[in-house]
Design a protein. Structure first.
Length: 385
């Protein structure tokens, strides 16, 4: 099986799996319990928080809140900060972009239902946020700007520090969804200058169901998850120390992979694109490879239905995706491809290839060879004999 669908999820790294098993055995206590077993888990949890804070370059480990993953972190940041900014500063306007993950767009919709104003920034054909539209949108009522660091479908990397400067100048707070950035790009909260940032372990060789919400100290925040004082009152619920141990290890391992093999990964992705465009007639790249995560390429094939092509690829042992994994069952092109200005037909013929650190040049060649046969065959099937 060739896995070119690693933006959907990554396989758990062996070192991370060992850590998950070790921590499950060793830290069986509840980190909130005062007895020795609980204290042992609590002490290790503090260590993990410090290690994560160090990698993200957070000023203080208290700024790291562990969650159940990217969706929860996005929900908590968008709803929690906007709600508190309204309560504390009478600001009730939220700005986001048209290509955010649903985990950001849906909370923005919810805020609108609660009486907030929302602005959804358009993007250009490469997926970059329109900075002029951002400048026009920002005002004294703006509470929060939430723009993703790296897009899951096309890989576009946004100029977050520049966005943050504009937002901070008018007193707004900034959140970025960095779920697709970790392990592929440096994620430094000081360089990005954000007040909140989301991560999810299963996107960087960790287990599913655990994530991070970075919350800069003094960021107004209302906790919607009620029922306990865990995580400094910012996320109620018994803290899953073994999963957090695995997330911490995964962040360290993926940083090491990025430093040692990042250029290789980019090289493989670039080879894939160059060969597909050369060997498959009617193949086009969506967006640009510059300003893109090193592992992602969104390619459309004229005259082919992506869902059909994906099934044939799966039969041939190749995994990829049309738009995002969560949209697998939906036949309409995703909101991201539509926002780039692609027609229904162009969006419908789009395949997302997302590589990971285990992939090889041989696999790239096999995928190109297979598609060079499959795409013309599928086109011929559509023609009357
Ligand atoms: C950009 C982005 N944000 C958020 C999420 C949601 O993360 P999780 O699967 O951990 O809930 C995903 C997952 O696909 C994503 O790609």
């Amino acid at each position: 099986m060739i896995n070119f669908d690693q933006n959907a999820t990554t396989p758990v790294d062996e070192e991370v799996l060992d850590e998950l098993i070790r921590a499950t055995r060793e830290f069986s206590g509840n980190s909130s319990s005062g007895h020795s077993l609980g204290s042992k888990a609590g002490k290790f949890l503090r260590e993990c928080r410090e290690r994560v804070a160090r990698i993200l370059n957070a000023a203080d480990s208290d700024e790291i809140v562990f969650t159940s993953g990217g969706t929860e972190s996005d929900n908590a940041a968008v709803r929690g900060i906007a709600w508190a900014m309204k309560r504390e500063h009478s600001r009730d306007h939220v700005v986001t972009s048209a290509i955010e993950h649903r985990a950001v767009l849906a909370p923005c919709d919810w805020l609108r239902e609660q009486g907030f104003q929302t602005t959804v920034l358009p993007v250009d054909q490469d997926g970059l946020v329109d900075m002029g539209a951002l400048r026009d949108a920002l005002g004294p009522k703006t509470a929060l700007v939430s723009v993703m660091f790296a897009n899951n479908e096309i890989g576009t990397v946004q100029p977050i520090a520049e966005i943050a400067k504009l937002a901070h100048d008018i007193g707004a707070r900034v959140h970025t969804d960095a779920v697709q950035a970790a392990g592929k790009l440096p994620v430094d909260v000081q360089v990005l200058d954000v007040d909140a940032l989301s991560l999810s372990a299963h996107k960087f060789y960790g287990p599913k169901g655990v994530g991070v919400l970075y919350l800069r100290r003094d960021t107004p925040y209302h906790c919607f998850m009620l029922g306990g004082t865990h995580e400094g009152g910012r996320r109620a619920g018994t803290v899953p120390v073994p999963q957090i141990a695995a997330l911490t290890k995964a962040l360290e391992v993926s940083e090491r992979k990025r430093n040692e093999h990042g250029a290789e990964l980019r090289g493989l992705r670039d080879q894939l694109v160059a060969k597909l465009l050369e060997k498959v007639p009617g193949a086009h790249l969506n967006g640009k490879l510059e300003n893109c995560t090193p592992n992602t390429a969104s390619v459309r094939f004229d005259g082919v239905y992506g869902g059909h092509l994906l099934r044939k690829m799966d039969e041939a042992g190749i995994l990829a995706s049309a738009g995002s994994a969560c949209m697998w069952e939906i036949t309409k092109p995703s909101h991201v491809l539509t926002a780039l200005g692609l027609s229904d037909e162009q969006g419908g013929g789009t395949i997302r290839f997302s590589l990971g650190y285990g992939n090889t040049a041989d696999e790239v060649d096999q995928v190109v060879e297979t598609l060079a046969k499959l795409v013309p065959a599928l086109r011929a099937e559509k023609q009357p004999q």
